[in-house]
Design a protein around this ligand. Structure first.
Ligand code: BGC
Length: 747
């Protein structure tokens, strides 16, 4: 492309510009032949490249070229390891380049509002801070290879039920504090080349037609300069989409003439078509064409996938140190469960990758422990009853010192396009576990599932539980690495494991009906709900064991500006093995004019320490860590007052606290006559104007009791004037005039 995007744009007809606003085909962003700009290939994402050979389907039915299947987002987020996620992004970018793909369709940073969402395996966390940091690391990695990322699914796409029509009805503060921050952080920090708008409607308007979402917020407020592409099939009305700020409709529907006609008859400004066409041309200019001879090393990527998978697994339980198993011992190990030889390692749908290789845990355990290992499948993946399988597995367990059971959700239980209806593991697997435990109490359960399953009904039958999520193509060998202690399970939960489905925050509101789902739980998603209500959970957010133990102390909090702090901590490995711990910082607002979750994650750091070693962890808490979204003022607001900085190893394992005063943003809340007396008295401009009145008024007489003072303080000034309490209507009008003049002069 020799000419600049602006030059090319000037040379195009309206029809050519309109043609740039929809895909060249299923997998290509359009180009302009006449200007020597060929179409540009895109492919799914997120955890591996799904590059289909031709113009095939989007929903994962067709074959794709082999690519490394890295651990999906559910597992990656559990690593809490941004450097690792970045390295995986780099590897994905390299694979995309080698497959002549210019844009990789990921990451997905939607919040896990409920564990039932069928696509949770593609998303990082129930927490926006962790999701945003993970998403940004991914985008930095992918884009370092000259490949664009596509941040998806923008926005509030938190369920699969009726996903194309449903309106997510979310209040403004909840949107700003829970569902948008991950997108905002990735856009501002990592500048993804593209953003993909979601299928659903947001508060009644299709994301693809939502001008506020795609233009006012994304571009004007967050400064996004890239391209907005639709999710595949998310456009309902071409013209309205272009007007809203959608640049490219995917896949194409051969309706470019609608855009041309709308401009010709004055329903759509040509400027808007120009803006979309310009952004397509700018994307072409920004992304180098992958070189024809670009290659990647599948073995190296497999090794990365294996190391990554080991850091993602979360050890939930490990009674009497059953794990790690002794690699050089003599104990016989019964490996039980079909998943040990037929691994479940990724989810179904558009993200499904055809792996370059596939490790099984059975092979890897056998390679490590040789003929000490016996195997029985125990159950079928489709749940069809074969009683002999269970009986054989119980016998296998009886004749071993340790039984390692590979349980999980069968492939049909979770998929893009479908939500789950319960959190249970299949009954036949649980019956098998109970029977195995009866003959062999040294029972380890390894789980494979793309979203939370409940553990409360059966965990007493397992001495150790390793939550493997879906670990990608090297998950089998990584699991063996962890079981034998060649690697440590360093994963920490990126989502709470509740006791029961009924405890989950969205339970009363999910999945909605009549094409609407009301986010009635508001801000109280995940641990924000459980911790604020002090509800018991099976395993809290941030939790995970390793093979050693840690202490946390020496918390120091140093002001780094009015509303920001530098935090340092000392972590000590108190055990006998080298180990890795993730320190989490939660902020608790002690004094707030609004309801707030009891604490919110605002920082984390992962550190590896030798036995007995103490390491220093340093973190910065910026202003945003203390802000809430003010609906009244449409802005992030920081109130002056006390905050508590909490440091710990999970949201329920806080080891150190420090209270600090923050100055607030010093932006006074605008007042009017319906503002209360207390609001006037708290206002830096209004209070000095008001006080002279009060000092002369009976309102402040000596017999004003604290209760009466409270009642009067909460009354709007206009009503005090109406009732003649301390101020007359004329005095109030005068006061308002002075206040407005001074407030205007100050702003
Ligand atoms: C999914 C997207 C995906 C696209 C292309 C859609 O159905 O929601 O995540 O990138 O298809 O396959």
């Amino acid at each position: 492309m020799n000419a600049t995007p602006a030059e090319i744009l000037r040379s195009l007809t309206l029809a050519q510009k309109a043609s740039l606003t929809s895909g060249a085909d299923y997998w290509h962003i359009p180009g302009i032949d006449e200007a020597g700009v060929p179409p540009m290939r895109v492919a799914d994402g997120p955890h591996g490249l799904r590059r289909q050979p031709g113009d095939a389907d989007a929903i994962g039915i067709g074959e794709s070229l082999p690519a490394t299947c890295f651990p999906p987002a559910v597992a990656l987020a559990s690593s809490w390891d941004l450097d690792l996620i970045r390295r995986i992004g780099e590897a994905l970018g390299a694979e995309a380049r080698a497959a002549q793909v210019s844009v990789l369709l990921g990451p997905g940073v939607n919040i896990k509002r409920t564990p039932l969402c069928g696509r949770n395996f593609e998303y990082f966390s129930e927490d926006p801070f962790l999701s945003g940091r993970a998403g940004a690391a991914y985008v930095h990695g992918v884009q370092s290879q000259g490949v664009g990322a596509s941040l998806k699914h923008f926005a509030a796409n938190n369920q699969e039920t009726d996903r194309i029509r449903i309106s997510a009805d979310v209040d403004e503060r909840t949107l700003r504090e829970i569902y948008l921050p991950a997108f905002e952080h990735v856009v501002r920090d990592a500048r993804p080349a593209t953003v993909m708008c979601s299928y659903n409607r947001l508060n009644g308007t299709h994301a693809s037609e939502n001008h506020w979402l795609l233009t006012t917020l994304l571009r004007d407020e967050w400064g996004f300069e890239g391209l907005v592409v639709s999710d595949w099939g998310a456009v309902a009305d071409r013209v309205r989409s272009v007007a809203a700020g959608l640049d490219v409709q995917m896949p194409p529907t051969r309706t470019d003439h609608l855009v041309v006609e709308a401009v010709q008859d004055g329903r759509l400004a040509e400027d808007q078509v120009d803006a979309a066409a310009r952004r397509v041309l700018e994307l072409h200019a920004a992304l180098p064409r992958p070189a024809a001879d670009a290659r990647f090393d599948p073995d190296e990527h497999h090794r990365l996938a294996r190391a990554a998978a080991a850091s993602c697994a979360v050890l939930l339980k490990n009674e009497s140190g059953l794990l790690p198993l002794d690699p050089s011992g003599t104990a016989r190990i019964a490996v039980i469960g079909e998943f040990a030889r037929t691994p479940r390692y990724q989810g179904a749908g558009s993200s499904q990758v055809r792996p370059t290789r596939l490790d099984t845990a059975l092979d890897a355990i056998t390679a490590a422990a040789g003929d000490r290992v016996t195997f029985a499948p125990g159950f079928t993946l489709d749940g069809s009853p074969v009683p002999a399988l269970a009986a054989e597995a119980v016998e296998t367990a009886r004749n071993a010192e340790v039984a390692v059971l590979f349980l999980g959700l069968p492939p049909a239980a979770e998929s893009e396009g479908l939500d789950r209806t319960h959190l249970d593991l299949p009954a036949d697997q649980l019956a098998l576990l109970a029977a195995v435990h009866e003959v062999n109490p040294h029972t380890v359960v390894v789980l494979s599932n793309g979203a939370v399953v409940s553990v409360s009904e059966w965990q007493h039958n397992a001495r150790a539980i390793l939550e493997g999520w879906l670990l990608g193509q090297a998950g089998g060998s990584a699991t063996a690495d962890v079981l034998f202690g060649h690697a440590e399970p360093t994963g920490r939960l990126a989502e709470t494991i509740p006791l029961r489905l009924e405890d989950t925050p969205a339970h009363l509101y999910f999945p909605g009906g009549e094409q609407h789902v009301r986010y009635g739980e508001g801000l109280y998603v995940g641990y924000r709900h459980y911790d604020t209500l002090e509800k018991p959970v099976a395993y809290p957010f941030g939790f995970g064991l390793g093979y050693t133990t840690f202490e946390l102390g020496g918390l120091t909090v140093t002001p780094a500006g009015d509303n920001a702090f530098d935090v340092t901590l000392q972590v000590t490995n108190t055990g006998a093995r080298t180990g890795t711990q993730t320190v989490q910082i939660y902020v608790h607002d002690v004094e707030s004019s609004l309801d707030r979750p009891v604490h919110e994650l605002k920082g984390f750091a992962k550190t590896t320490l030798a036995p007995g070693e103490t390491g220093r962890v340093g973190l910065h808490l910026d202003e945003r860590a203390f802000a809430f979204w003010s609906v009244a003022e449409h802005r992030w607001k920081i109130e002056a007052g006390l905050v508590e900085i909490r440091a710990g190893f999970s949201s329920r394992d806080i080891r150190a606290r420090h209270r600090a005063e923050i100055a607030g943003d010093r932006v006074p809340t605008p007042l009017d006559a319906m503002s209360t007396l207390d609001e006037w008295l708290a206002h830096p401009v209004a209070a000095p104007l008001l006080r002279p009145f009060l000092s002369q008024s009976a309102l402040w007489s000596a017999d004003l009791t604290p209760t009466r003072r409270k009642i009067i303080g909460a009354m709007p000034m206009a009503k005090l004037a109406t009732f003649g309490v301390g101020i007359s209507p004329a005095q109030l009008a005068d006061l308002m005039r002075h206040y407005r003049a001074q407030a205007d002069a100050a702003s």
